[in-house]
Design a protein around this ligand. Structure first.
Ligand code: HEM
Ligand code: 2NZ
Length: 290
């Protein structure tokens, strides 16, 4: 499968900054969502799930075709909860019907990441909607129960190495698990909508206890109401992953630049961009205040 980027005709940085601003303003006006967590985390998760079907073996899946818009893909039980993000973005798509769904879902994640204090993340337009026949079968999303070898093998399908996997999973500093979505529960602290390297400090510094939760799933809990999925905890169980957990716990700047790089790589996986397509770097709302 070949995915050639074709940027929307005649659109400039200003046009995409307008979309960024519409999404960011809507995030601000709907900040009460999910008990005050806001829409940022679930928008980041949608950008990940819309890219997570990629398979390097035939270059299928990934963000290019915007296939998450089809119920066949969005109905994957492992994507439960993401209907909140697609419903949030529907009016944005109506306001900018010329934007492809693949560009919408990935731009939504970049906007959310930057508005939550994350790194400035270059973004390139040009994903083109493909039809329902291109929706990959379910089974390409990761399960939370996996151990370190499961995680390593899963990301091998993207061609990501150990350093990239650890950086990418640092996104789990954002947002929450919800029993009604995934059958996992927590965290119960409040600052789950600020992007930082704390995920790694939590892993290393807290005392973790493996417990059965209210949905009879095993998860790691620590005092102070934070939790980890088995796939999160795998990062400190495996010595090769642990090396990078320590690096990122000690060095927030290194985490921010490595996360930015692998997040861009994820959102663009499988797409051929012409070198003439300049990556766009958006201003945050705060940076645009007079
Ligand atoms: C081993 C790979 C991964 C597994 C098994 C996994 C699993 C999960 C699960 C079970 C949830 C809770 C969903 C819910 O109950 O609402 C979740 C939430 C989340 N995930 Fe992941 N995830 C993985 C990788 C990633 C990656 C690569 C990113 C982004 C780069 C990401 C971003 C998020 C975010 C931001 C949330 C919070 C969403 C919210 O607050 O509604 N995850 N993940
Ligand atoms: C603060 C923290 O590490 C909570 N946390 C740990 N693993 C997570 C997975 C999805 C959402 C939140 C998650």
């Amino acid at each position: 499968t070949l995915h050639i980027a074709r940027p929307e005709k005649g659109k400039t940085l200003a046009d995409f900054q307008n979309i960024y601003n519409s999404i960011a303003e809507k995030m601000k006006s709907e900040s009460a969502y999910d008990d005050g967590t806001g829409y940022g985390p679930v928008l980041v998760r949608l950008s990940w799930h819309s890219s997570a079907t990629y398979d390097k073996n035939d270059n299928s899946g990934g963000s290019y075709g915007g296939t998450f818009r089809f119920k066949k893909e969005a109905s994957d039980v492992l994507s439960k909860g993401l209907e909140n993000a697609t419903k949030f973005l529907d009016p944005i798509h109506s306001e900018y019907p010329w934007l492809s769904h693949g560009d919408l879902y990935t731009l939504g994640g970049v906007t959310a990441l930057q508005e939550l204090g994350g790194p400035k993340t270059p973004w390139r337009p040009g994903r083109v909607d493909t039809g329902p026949e291109t929706v990959p079968a379910h089974g390409r999303l990761p399960i939370p129960e996996g151990n370190a070898s499961y995680v390593r093998n899963y990301y091998d399908r993207f061609g990501f190495n150990d350093q990239e996997v650890v950086a990418l999973l640092g996104a789990h500093i954002l947002g929450k698990t919800h029993l009604k979505n995934s059958g996992y529960d927590g965290p119960w602290d409040d600052d789950t909508n600020i992007f930082s390297n704390e995920f790694f400090g939590n892993l290393l510094e807290r005392k973790w206890t493996l417990e059965k939760n209210a949905a009879s799933n095993m998860q790691y809990n620590a005092k102070g109401g934070i939790m980890m999925l088995p796939t999160d905890y795998a990062l400190v169980q495996d010595p090769k992953y642990l090396k990078y957990v320590k690096k990122y716990a000690d060095d927030q700047d290194a985490f921010f630049s490595d996360f930015r790089d692998i997040y861009v790589k994820l959102l663009e996986r499988g797409i051929s961009f012409d070198d003439s397509i300049e990556p766009l770097v958006f201003k945050t709302l705060k940076e645009q205040l007079k």
